[in-house]
Write a protein that binds this ligand. Structure first.
Ligand code: GAP
Length: 465
């Protein structure tokens, strides 16, 4: 089972402290969301899993953390100033402003039962290009529109990797093929943000640029498509809710030769099966486009440097073939927020207890669960039991995220932990004072086992692994 719709996750998130609407006390800010105590843990665990898999478990990938604000020339030569826009239309009747290619995802403001353009009153303007980059000004400026002070918030983390290619190559003394991984915020002034954290103007990306010889790019592209499908399933996402989509020539970004998207079933409630899916990640073959456009050497057909501003040549000398080349780049790019949403939707389960009541269980992989174990005293007015439970919590805490909770009856406490995905509850009862053992309850089966306190940490660590 998975969540029947995104709304179910929105309400669970708000109720239990995963994600809150941003600026809520001032009426919100449309598409911004804040991650609460559980949401930040879940997001951190997703990022850790990605980083461990790429940077620590492999031998060919380095990490990087580049700036959000870069020299404006980065975005000039990357092509984003020229081409990073969406087609925008206005409706003269309802005064709505929409993305032409996403009309099917939104409603007419006057007639919410139809999409813009579908009612006879709708009057859409011709489409015009709207650049998605957030603009800001750097330093103390005399006027807000001073072009010398214009800067952008990065719309993708990738460019920070390309402009540091030579730095990473020279300091790590890498040979092709190798990759550079980066996690960080990106910003896009989306025309129609929405669907909770699916499309927002501020979001977080996990991007890896894998540099290789041009003739290896096709094969490596396919390897990364296969590899990422496996990693996503290891996060606990069912293959039934995943599928691949090959972008058409018209859909490809200006830098891409081939892009394959991994889609997730974010909208299972939609009748039309085709409309249930949307992009979780994209895996692109960016060719040598980016390293060339940021390099000082390449020339156009007329012998003019294509980048007269760059001070660096981002080519690579291959010691095996004795030739200099611009490496090709395979780029798997995935959003933290969309991954978190897919993970929560897929983990969402309902179960009926023996009283016939429906309980929510978030069957998160233990690796991702915000809290690994909750220690609960059966009698909160008995000092010895409370002390023992608190001592156990503190002894577990250095090795795993543990919490102590005595704010309700045991049934309520179990239900609360099930709903936030805590794999184990440890209950301290009167018997514990005698036998030095506790009851460990499994989130998914609700089965209970008696475990000695002296071996509890080892037992939990084994089961969490
Ligand atoms: N460097 C390539 C790149 O940025 P992209 O497909 O535009 O490619 C990569 O973005 C991923 O970032 C997407 O697959 C998605 O997971 C996430 N993403 C993009 N725009 C987003 C938005 N407005 N809100 C939330 N996540 C977004």
């Amino acid at each position: 089972m998975s969540a029947p719709n995104i709304e179910t996750i929105v309400s669970l998130s708000k109720r239990r402290g995963f994600v809150f609407p941003a600026s809520d006390i001032y009426g919100g800010l449309g598409s911004s969301w804040d991650y609460g105590p559980l949401g930040v843990e879940l997001a951190n665990n997703i990022k850790k899993s990605w980083w461990n898999w790429l940077v620590y478990e492999r031998d060919d990938i380095e990490g990087l953390d580049s700036s959000i604000i870069q020299n404006r020339l980065v975005w000039k030569y990357s092509g984003h100033e020229q081409t990073f826009h969406d087609p925008l239309v206005d409706c003269r009747t309802c005064k709505g402003r929409f993305r032409l290619d996403k009309l099917q995802d939104v409603q007419c403001l006057n007639h919410p039962d139809v999409h813009p353009g579908e009612n006879k009153e709708c009057s859409l303007t011709e489409a015009r290009d709207f650049n998605l980059m957030f603009r800001t000004t750097m330093g103390a400026v005399s006027t807000e529109d001073d072009p010398a002070a214009l800067a952008y918030l990065r719309p993708e983390t990738a460019q920070g990797i390309f402009i540091n290619f030579a730095n990473v190559l020279n300091t790590s003394r890498r040979k092709l093929p190798f990759g550079v991984a980066q996690i960080g915020k990106a910003f896009r002034n989306e025309v129609t943000p929405g669907n909770f954290i699916f499309r927002t103007r501020e979001f977080e990306q996990m991007e890896m640029e894998y540099f290789c010889r041009p003739e290896d790019a096709g094969r490596m592209h396919q390897e990364w498509i296969d590899g990422f499908q496996e990693w996503i399933q290891e996060l606990g996402i069912s293959s039934e809710n995943l599928k691949l989509y090959e972008q058409t020539k018209d859909e490809l970004a200006h830098y891409s030769e081939r892009t394959v998207d991994v889609l997730y079933r974010y909208f299972p409630e939609r009748e039309d099966e085709e409309k249930q899916w949307d992009e979780l990640m994209g895996i692109a073959n960016r060719t040598d486009y980016d390293l060339r456009v940021h390099s000082k050497k390449p020339e156009d057909a007329g012998g003019k440097r294509i980048n007269p501003d760059s001070t660096e040549d981002l080519s690579y000398f291959d010691p095996q073939t004795n030739e200099r080349l611009y490496p090709y780049v395979i780029e798997p790019a995935i959003g933290v927020n969309r991954t978190l949403l897919a993970v929560m939707m897929d983990a969402y389960t309902e179960k009926t207890n023996d009283k016939g009541e429906t309980r929510v269980i978030l069957k998160l992989k233990p690796e991702l669960a915000p809290i690994k174990v909750a220690v609960l005293p059966l009698a909160k007015n008995k000092a010895e039991i409370v002390d023992m439970a608190k001592t156990i919590k503190r002894s577990l805490q250095p090795s795993m995220r543990a919490v102590y909770d005595d704010t309700g009856g045991i049934g309520k406490l179990y239900a609360r932990q099930d709903e936030i995905g805590t794999p184990f509850c440890v209950t301290v009862d009167h018997e514990s004072l005698v036998d030095n053992a506790v009851t460990v309850r499994d989130r998914d089966t609700w089965e209970q086992e008696r475990i000695g306190i002296d071996v509890l940490k080892d037992y939990l660590q084994k089961r969490l692994a």
